[in-house]
Design a protein around this ligand. Sequence first.
Ligand SMILES: [Ca+2]
Ligand SMILES: [Ca+2]
Ligand SMILES: [Ca+2]
Length: 486
Amino acid sequence: MGNRHPRSNALSLATALVLGACAFAPAYAGGKANLASLEDGSRSFGRFVVTYRSGTAPRRDAAALERSLGNAASALGLNTLQRLRRTATGSDVVVSPRPLSRAEATALLHTIAADPNVESVENDMRMVPYWTPNDSRFREQFGFGSGAGGIRATTAWDLARGAGTVVAVIDTGIASHSDLNGNLVGGYDFISALSGAEAQQFGAFFIAADGNARDANPADPGDWNDNPNACRTGNSSWHGTHVAGTVAAVTNNAKGVAGTAPAAKVVPVRVLGRCGGFSSDIADAITWASGGAVPGVPANPNPADVINMSLGGSAPGACPQSYKNAIVGAAQRGSIVIVAAGNDDANASTAVNSDGQPVGYTMTNCGTVISVGATTSSGGRSSFSNFGPGVDIAAPGSGILSTVNNGLRGPTTEAYKAYDGTSMATPHVAGVAALVQSVARTPLTQEQMRTLLKNTARAFPVSPGAKPIGAGIVNADAAVKAAKAL
Ligand SMILES: [Ca+2]
Ligand SMILES: [Ca+2]
Ligand SMILES: [Ca+2]
């Protein structure tokens, strides 16, 4: 909304220049009184900027100026108009003795403009900041800004911040973080117990790592692995905490990072543990997150407007039927399902599996999902990002700062770290979808959301060339404006 202000100022300046050039033009009050300057969102008016023609008495002489202002004031029944100061460019800032209504201010502008010595007069317009949160590390979050790689969230936040929406983050669970906890609600841990044979091989709670099966506590106990026979070894990732922070870190708290949808709530749903997680658990999590019934699990009291899945197969593979069914059900219940395209620099739709079949990557190949590729701070494709016709849209995924934990194994102290991945791109789009739903008169369906996000996407500043990653970079500002216009 603030965009309009500099433009109308530019127009009034142009008008003033034209009038200044036509020194012998007849007095034309309508043109000299900048009535558009009253459109600054104010309910009352009290400060005006008058510019007297160069060389005229009021421009030269304080007493003449006082007379000119005094005449205008008395014509409107005001005691006086006081000059506050002269600006660097020779205009005078004047104040009325009391707040004026729009009609009174309009009359005042006309009256002052009727003085042939006056070149222009306008309301001293109030500019507003494009809301930029005060989070201490916000300036490191290029992904939210208006630069080449940014999603234009800072301008979108003037119109929508996601209030009233819920984003389910189906991931590794959540670590306590003071820059995130305030935006978390509910949650569940869907990692089920291993079978007897599996438990014998890896230990009963190998994947879960929290000492039990499914439970109501989605806390992330860490997903470190030091068993090379099980999967790749490594320290805990705190992946779900990072993703959740990008969706809705506590924002404008003078601390840490901002989130894409600062007023949205995140439901953490734990499905990934040590060495990942099973599709059967993830399918149940999708159903539950969207408000569907899962046997043995209490209903989700916070059904998701948007489901973020920054996860997928580690190699090409056909979409499991359990996913397809769960995703169709989620869409029917009104949840927008947004997934990561994957990080293998491969075609997410046609990459071949070990049998040579062109199956692509799960989740992109799961039908109605909105699949997200990753871009860098300059708006080019992240070198790792999967691509292809199944990728709908892109978002920042290289060097994304968000909330994590310092623990190499279990959780210790909270931290912020920059991660790379389509996992980091996806929550930018999920957050934008939450912004959209928060202002839409009627919540968009999955297909309506896909269409809106693609139609409003920003053209890639750097072409992804032969490795397409969708319609463009998600544009929060344009998406929100389009949603409000529906
Ligand atoms: Ca558990
Ligand atoms: Ca648990
Ligand atoms: Ca913050």
